[in-house]
Design a protein around this ligand. Structure first.
Ligand code: NAI
Length: 353
């Protein structure tokens, strides 16, 4: 689709389309909604087949951020950015620094309508570089005045979300002896596994990187599951913490779990997969609600002046929001994914007056 058609078909407020000749990159910033506050969301650094594919990603992802912030009650709106490059410049290289500084100037030109953070292929060192040119960046390193990598907060939010979902589906939130399969043991999944281990869960761990899975399994006394065997493995809770679109018509019929609750973004292949999970008797914790710990941590500690105790309470409240969503889904006879959308949109509608 042409760039113009994609933008006309979008329901957001503002989109910045910037072609940067010196770095041969396309930079897109989607400001989907500022109803609840400045648009906040990460910067994805990656390659695409065409600029239209990159724009399509930014428009879709910025809309999801609006829902995430509304459900998490962060006082931010939804935004997202993509820096689309022919090749991703190596970390620490002069080319990467040049690219990030030019991108930072673009963020700064919006005067705070959009606040950026890390996302796919960007991290706190990149946020430090961006922070040299703009103050509208979250998640810089602590040495540079930021609050660092939000992975631990995301994992803690998912942990509280799993407990709430277990309570709803299985009657109480005691994780002792419950089997939890964590798919993806990166920044979020590895920490989540540690929290679950401390709570007495029986852990099953899977990662494409088999050595990473074995090392963590040895440390936590867990069992390793092959990356290709995740879907058919029996467990109480399946926790996708790797990639999106793991819940599809093809996979849902093979799932052998009572609950799906994990950090990965966009876990449903299509919206109807929320209904398919419901029909299969599987309780799904909607991803943009359960994985909001990172944005809660960034917004709270860097913009709203919260101390650690207040942030911890707000991470715990992810469980309460999920319980509200499960209640709404049952009352209205809809999927939990649809209920989460309804809750977030209702909060935006109230703010709009
Ligand atoms: P990461 O890149 O640190 O770790 C991902 C891990 O998943 C890696 O160990 C990788 O080898 C593994 N993996 C990839 N594909 C796999 C597959 N098919 N099967 C098994 N393992 C696979 O990513 P991170 O930061 O831990 O994020 C995980 C997910 O959570 C992503 O979908 C991300 O978008 C989402 N998320 C992360 C947040 C954060 O604060 N880091 C916040 C909200 C969502």
């Amino acid at each position: 689709m042409a760039l113009e058609d994609l933008i006309r078909g979008w329901d957001g407020e503002e989109v910045v389309v910037h072609h940067d000749d010196p770095t041969s990159s396309w930079m897109f910033i989607g400001v989907h909604s500022t109803v609840l506050g400045p648009a906040m969301g990460g910067t994805r650094l990656t390659s695409y087949g065409t600029p239209a594919q990159a724009l399509d990603d930014v428009l879709r992802l910025s809309g999801a951020m609006t829902l995430k912030h509304a459900a998490a009650d962060t006082s931010f709106g939804g935004g997202k950015a993509v820096v689309a490059v022919p090749d991703i410049p190596a970390r620490g290289s002069p080319a990467r620094r040049t690219l990030l500084l030019r991108y930072a100037d673009l963020v700064e030109s919006l005067h705070g309508t959009y606040e950026t953070a890390a996302d796919m292929n960007t991290g706190e060192v990149d946020m430090d570089t961006i922070g040299e040119r703009t103050s509208h960046v979250l998640g810089r390193s602590k040495a540079h005045g930021g609050s660092g990598d939000p992975g631990a907060a995301t994992a803690m939010g998912v942990f509280h979300g799993i407990r709430a979902t277990v309570r709803r589906a299985l009657g109480n939130d005691d994780l002792e002896g419950r089997s939890v399969l964590v798919q993806g043991l990166g920044s979020v999944g590895s920490r989540l596994a540690e929290y679950l281990h401390e709570a007495g869960a029986v852990l099953l761990l899977a990662d494409l990187d088999a050595a990473r899975a074995s090392a963590l399994a040895d440390e936590l006394g867990a069992k390793v599951v092959g990356a290709d065997d995740v879907v058919g493995t029996e467990c109480d809770v399946f926790s996708p913490c790797a990639t999106g679109k793991v819940l599809t018509e093809a996979t849902i019929r093979h799932l052998r779990c009572r609950i799906v609750a994990g950090a990965a973004n966009n876990q449903l292949g299509v919206a109807e997969d929320g209904e398919r999970l419901r029909d299969a008797g599987i309780l799904f914790a909607p991803d943009f609600v359960i994985n909001a710990g990172g944005v809660i941590h960034l917004a709270g500690s860097e913009r709203l002046g919260w101390d650690d105790a207040r942030t911890a309470k707000r991470l715990e409240a992810i469980g309460d929001t999920l319980l509200e969503i499960f209640e709404m889904a049952e009352r209205d006879g809809i999927s939990t994914a649809a209920a989460a959308n309804r809750l977030a949109r209702a909060r935006i509608a109230v703010a709009r007056g």
